[in-house]
Write a protein that binds this ligand. Structure first.
Ligand code: SF4
Length: 364
């Protein structure tokens, strides 16, 4: 096991990111082998339990109600529907289910109680359960922990500076506050970001500074390549090259040696050779299923063929941390507090977000 540093600077990280590629790959692969089995990759399944109609203005997201995209929204799924999807995912080798809801933040009430029941149900299927529900308070994090949640996802998306160019309806500091609230429980932290939103390499390094200087570092970090969706403010962004993705994965692996690095959105744009290079550079998780929330993703059979070709094995659940115990709702120590936290709303103007909103209005 290598020593994990928590004092990375932007300069240190840029130096790593910009190394000659062969040196970068060799170093990343070495760190990877010291901390993980290089032939094991976790297969996770993302289930969109509540799609679309979101009040936020994230420039990359087709689920924001203010933009005109072809997303079909739905109300919160039932526990039985989610269980059925989890069982299908388990049958094809997934060991983790990540449930995503297009919410700004969690509100105490019936819908959150339903989500807690989903967590209990999936944990009892012996799968790792992750949720991504927006900002949460400490009490809400405790309730999720009691239900048996294994991980909470809350991405930083980009550097603090570039975050302001993508989202105006909430502040970067609130992201950190939610991560801090999760850290007060036994739930592990999943936090990463997106490349290809028009940010500079310095911003990618800035995001890795923010993540790697957390102590402890996130147990899981998704690296997404933007999938530019028509109607969103970032619809005209060009796809990132595989070389940028490989460099980002390798740099993440080096600065966060013990973290599970997840190849997330944008895999349909990558060849199998490109993905193999990412695994060599330290990626050790993929998301399975033909959709990632709302954007396309490779078919699960294709993924299994790729695993066979590369001699990779799907990771078993709870290999990094023991399975949490589920406490039933009737025995819960943490009750709904009916909290109304004041999360930040900076509401500064982002020209391209405004333009996409106006375009959507004109189309209505
Ligand atoms: S990324 Fe999440 S918070 Fe932002 S608009 Fe999409 S669903 Fe809403």
């Amino acid at each position: 096991m290598s020593d994990t540093r928590h004092n990375w600077t932007k300069e240190d990280i840029l130096e790593i990111y910009n190394k000659p590629l062969m040196e970068l790959l060799y170093e990343a692969a070495t760190v990877h082998r010291l901390n993980h089995d290089p032939n094991v990759v976790q297969v996770s399944t993302l289930v969109s339990i509540k799609t679309g109609g979101c009040s936020e203005d994230c420039g990359y997201c087709p689920q924001a109600a203010r933009y005109h995209t072809n997303i079909e929204g739905n109300d919160l799924m039932s526990v039985q529907q989610v269980k059925a999807q989890a069982l299908t995912a388990k049958a094809v080798g997934s060991s983790r289910v990540c449930m995503g809801a297009a919410w700004r933040n969690v509100k105490d009430g019936e819908e959150f109680d339903e989500v807690l029941e989903m967590v209990r149900t999936i944990n009892k299927l012996d799968m790792e359960v992750c949720c991504t529900l927006g900002m949460i308070t400490e009490n809400q994090a405790q309730r999720l922990a009691e239900a048996g949640l294994y991980a909470y996802n809350h991405n930083l998306d980009s550097s603090e500076a570039y975050y302001k160019e993508v989202i105006s309806t909430r502040g970067f500091e609130d992201r950190l506050q939610t991560i801090d609230n999760v850290r007060k429980t036994n739930v592990t932290v999943c936090s990463g970001g997106i490349i290809g939103m028009g940010e500079k390499i310095e911003d990618r390094a800035g995001m890795l500074v923010a993540l790697s200087t957390l102590n402890p570092q996130p147990e899981s970090t998704p690296i997404n390549a933007l999938v530019a969706v028509k109607g969103t403010p970032l619809e005209d962004q060009q796809p990132v090259s595989i070389w940028e993705m490989v460099r980002m994965v390798a740099t993440t692996r080096i600065v966060m040696p013990e973290t599970q690095v997840r190849l997330s959105a944008g895999r349909t744009q990558m060849s199998q050779e490109g993905q193999a290079m990412c695994f060599f550079a330290g990626a050790n998780s993929i998301f399975a299923g033909d959709k990632l929330l709302t954007t396309p993703n490779p078919d699960v059979n294709e993924d299994m063929k790729m695993f066979e070709l590369l001699g990779l094995n799907p990771q078993k659940p709870f290999t990094k941390k023991v399975q949490p115990q589920t406490v039933e709702a009737s025995e819960s120590q943490f009750q709904s507090l009916g909290e109304k936290p004041k999360w930040t709303r900076p509401e500064h103007i982002i020209a391209r977000n405004e333009a996409a909103k106006e375009k959507a209005k004109a189309l209505k």
